[in-house]
Write a protein that binds this ligand. Structure first.
Ligand code: SF4
Ligand code: SF4
Length: 422
């Protein structure tokens, strides 16, 4: 085991290989507050990549209802349980979130799946703590859809009163997931064939199908369970981040990098994907007007999914406002309270950047804001708010404008000549 720096944990950690970072890293932000579980993303992926024989059970992109739903079932509860067993009572964070890109969430004092493996696993060759889901657990990818949590331990005991933010007593939320194209991939670490690699140009993690022999070590090791076994080819497969689109090779993209199919299909406009610049120590290079850099490192409204697992996932989530905080802190780390506070009371820049989601399928590399007039002043949840109709402008890799949009949504009125005849 070598030592690598994991900025999401605010410390060095053990990893089987020496650190190597891409020039730019595939990353994304999902705003959970907006997901409606329409599954358009899921079907866009399925109909593009996993519609063939032997792939029936594969959903590289999926949306599950938390806390009970999961694909495969209980994937997160299971890996958290294994870690707890390996390090009883020790899986906690120390310190508080701080203004330091090398450890913005404080320091994780527990053990990652790489560290815990050394204590618990035989044979010695096992490098990652994990488990193989059963065939049944891959069934029913949308099990427990819309099942809320009520009073603990009492089935169907929902809260009868109306409730207000900050927390609902009866709650659920939709968690949209794809492979996180992790900075320290567990799938790659576990593969005895070295069939899994991380591309130096964009950090996308791929399985070389000609090298894979289907040992399923990656399926066992990936804590997010995003590597899947295909019985008829006897190989494992996973999300490929629609790399031809990211490379600008899709005929629609005219040579410019495009977002993946699941991002482009998102009806709820919850998704934004990008390519972020990486420093030589694995931290994000300062890129003040890159929308993902802004959301993750400046506004700090978007947080990694289960950072304590240690793979440094490149999927970030704006947490749902109505969910009890202990659950969210477990899922997204100690940055949750600050993220929800900022998202609930957005400043002028955050409000403008949030308008960038899904106005185009092109990958945004930077943005600029042109100030507009004041359009509203009032009170929201006891706080004074002022809204400005600023214009936010998105630029592509070539520095050219992709689109511009405003904070105030345009108002369209149907003219009399187009009267609805229904
Ligand atoms: S999410 Fe899983 S499959 Fe994807 S890169 Fe990370 S460890 Fe590998
Ligand atoms: S398409 Fe968007 S809104 Fe619909 S389920 Fe997927 S992430 Fe949620």
């Amino acid at each position: 085991m070598g030592k690598v720096y994991n900025w999401q944990l605010g410390r060095e950690m053990d990893y089987p290989y020496a650190a190597a970072f891409p020039d730019r890293q595939f990353a994304f932000v999902f705003n959970i507050n907006r997901c409606i579980a329409c599954q358009s993303c899921t079907m866009a992926c399925k109909s593009t990549w996993t519609f063939s024989k032997g792939q029936e059970h594969m959903w590289w992109a999926n949306v599950e209802t938390k806390p009970y739903g999961g694909y495969p079932q209980f994937w997160d509860a299971k890996i958290l349980g294994l870690l707890e067993k390996a390090n009883p009572g020790g899986q906690h964070w120390g310190g508080a979130p701080k203004d330091d890109p090398k450890g913005p969430y404080g320091a994780f004092e527990g053990q990652t799946i790489f560290e815990a493996a050394q204590k618990t696993l035989v044979p010695e060759s096992a490098r990652v703590l994990g488990y193989l889901p059963t065939d049944e657990e891959w069934n029913s990818p949308n099990i427990y859809e819309d099942n809320p949590v009520g009073e603990r331990g009492k089935p169907m005991a929902w809260d009868a009163q109306g409730v207000e933010l900050p927390e609902h007593k009866t709650w659920f939320f939709y968690l949209a997931r794809i492979c996180n194209h992790c900075t320290y991939p567990a799938c790659l670490a576990a593969c005895p064939r070295k069939a899994i690699y991380k591309r130096p140009e964009d950090g996308i993690v791929l399985i070389d199908q000609s090298e894979c022999r289907g040992y399923r070590k990656c399926v066992e090791a990936c804590p997010y369970k995003k590597s899947m076994y295909r019985g008829n080819t006897r190989t494992s497969e996973k999300c490929i981040a629609c790399y031809p689109r990211v490379e600008g090779k899709d005929p629609e993209s005219q040579g410019q990098p495009m977002e993946t199919r699941c991002m482009a299909a998102c009806i709820g406009q919850i998704r934004m994907q990008g390519l972020v610049q990486i420093n030589r120590d694995g931290t994000w290079a300062e890129d003040r007007h890159h929308p993902l850099y802004y959301l993750v490192h400046v506004a700090k409204v978007a947080l990694p999914l289960y950072p304590q697992l240690g793979t440094s996932p490149n999927g970030y989530y704006i947490p749902p406002r109505w969910v009890p905080r202990p659950y969210l802190r477990q899922m997204f780390g100690p940055g949750v309270d600050q993220a929800i506070e900022r998202y609930t009371n957005p400043d002028r820049e955050l409000l403008a950047v949030l308008q960038l989601f899904r106005r185009s399928n092109r990958i945004i590399f930077s943005y600029a804001i042109e100030e507009g007039p004041k359009i509203y002043e009032g009170e929201l949840r006891g706080k004074k708010i002022t809204l400005y109709n600023d214009t936010v402008i998105a630029f592509g890799r070539d520095g050219k404008e992709i689109f511009r949009t405003t904070v105030e949504e345009p108002f369209h009125s149907r003219g009399g000549q187009h009267a609805n005849s229904i």
